[in-house]
Design a protein around this ligand. Structure first.
Ligand SMILES: NC(=O)c1ccc[n+]([C@@H]2O[C@H](COP(=O)([O-])OP(=O)(O)OC[C@H]3O[C@@H](n4cnc5c(N)ncnc54)[C@H](O)[C@@H]3O)[C@@H](O)[C@H]2O)c1
Ligand SMILES: [Zn+2]
Ligand SMILES: [Zn+2]
Length: 362
């Protein structure tokens, strides 16, 4: 079928919104009409970094309606409303013990742009294969082919154009706090980088009753939003005394979440940890860490993928928090027509928009 997709042809060129031919879903796959898709910083960061098979369709925070199902699909039907998330195999030890983001096939299924067998179901005008399996979905498009394992069914009454970001950025920040750290009432958290991931962490920390929630960011508008969403204090990331300020305020925090991926910020986060503190890293910066081993005495650090979430359990939970007014993630979102994807990227990089959501044209 003919679909419209935002295709990246070269690493440093704008996205091109154009017609693409998409094959029918294969066995175990679903065709989803995309109603809204979040732009995650990962879509933008890998542009420069990873050696991806271009042309490629990014987008891994899609939500939409199932339009067709492949052979053998039993858990979903045409007309179901779904949020798409990361893909996993379902059968490796990590999947079977409830840690699907550490699936043995995570890289193969999510960041190669291809199916596990190397194929893709999309072709550009002119005949070039277009990689269309980014995070098992490639949803910067009017339609996406996904699998039974990486979709979460949601209530048909919910506004689908809002829900896509729950599938990656929002679940990553909230999951880091609620699952990875298992932050308890009365504990303290510092979040470095108040973008979509960091602000989701702030909201989750407020929800669990954290005592101190410190948000650090370079942008004044994001620090302001952090205060509105539950941060108890904010610090300008350009301030040379970020760590001493946090140490003075909270005697070192129980947990630090770095979403910047900047090595010097990670050093600061380590310095801001209190005794037995825990550092979570999620940022895709590519730099080298320079932490002195002794700085981690009694402390720990881990790189968290997708907030350690099982999306089929965690996304509905976040939706229920949102419905009860406890998790207002919609305040991070600004909608753009899919045609304006390059404006959305510009506004994300400038800090103006925290979470762009692209709306495909009917
Ligand atoms: N590990 C995962 O599973 C996972 C999932 C989603 C996103 N990510 C990654 O998480 C990171 C955050 O994603 P996002 O969508 O929130 O991005 P974002 O760009 O919206 O947020 C990053 C924030 O960090 C701030 N920042 C940068 N340098 C800083 C500094 N020196 N001091 C203080 N703040 C600074 C920026 O101002 C920005 O607000 C990205 O690297 C993304 O690729 C990882
Ligand atoms: Zn697996
Ligand atoms: Zn993401």
């Amino acid at each position: 079928m003919r679909i419209t997709a935002a295709v990246l042809h070269e690493h440093d060129k704008p996205f091109a919104v154009e017609a693409v031919e998409l094959d029918e879903p294969r066995a175990g796959e679903l065709l989803v009409r995309v109603c809204g898709v979040g732009m995650c910083h990962t879509d933008l960061a890998v542009r420069q970094g990873l050696p991806l098979p271009l042309p490629l369709i990014f987008g891994h925070e899609g939500a939409g309606i199932v339009e067709a199902i492949g052979e053998g699909v039993t858990r979903f039907a045409v007309g179901d409303h779904v949020v798409m998330t990361f893909d996993c195999c379902g059968w490796c030890p990590q999947c079977l013990t409830g840690q699907p983001s550490y699936c043995a096939e995570f890289v193969l299924r999510n960041v190669t742009g291809r199916r596990v067998d190397g194929s893709t179901g999309a072709t550009a005008d002119g005949g070039d294969a277009v990689s269309s399996r980014w995070f098992g979905q490639s949803s910067f498009a009017s339609h996406a082919i996904t699998t039974e394992r990486n979709v979460v069914k949601v209530d048909a009454e919910l506004p689908l154009e809002l829900l896509g970001p729950l599938g990656c950025g929002i679940q990553t920040g909230a999951g880091a706090v609620m699952k990875s750290f298992d932050l308890r009432a009365g504990q303290s958290l510092a979040v470095f980088g108040a973008g979509a991931v960091g602000l989701a962490a702030v909201m989750a920390a407020k929800l669990v009753g954290a005592s101190e929630i410190v948000a650090v960011d370079l942008h004044a508008n994001r620090r302001e939003l952090a205060l509105e969403l539950g941060a108890t204090s904010v610090i300008d990331g350009a301030d040379p005394d970020v760590a001493p300020t946090i140490l003075g305020k909270a005697n070192g925090v129980d947990c630090c979440l770095d979403t910047t991926g900047v090595p010097s910020v990670i050093d600061t986060a380590v310095a801001a940890l209190g005794p037995r503190g825990r550092l979570g890293l999620v940022g895709a910066g590519g730099g080298q860490m320079t932490v002195q081993p002794e700085r981690l005495i009694g402390r720990s650090a881990t790189y968290i993928l997708e907030g350690d979430a099982v999306p089929q359990v965690f996304v509905p939970l976040l939706i229920s928090f949102w419905q009860r007014g406890l998790f207002p993630f919609d305040r991070l979102i600004r909608q753009y027509p899919m045609d304006a994807i390059n404006d959305a990227e510009r506004d994300s990089l400038s800090g103006r928009t925290v979470k762009p959501v692209l709306i495909p044209q009917p």
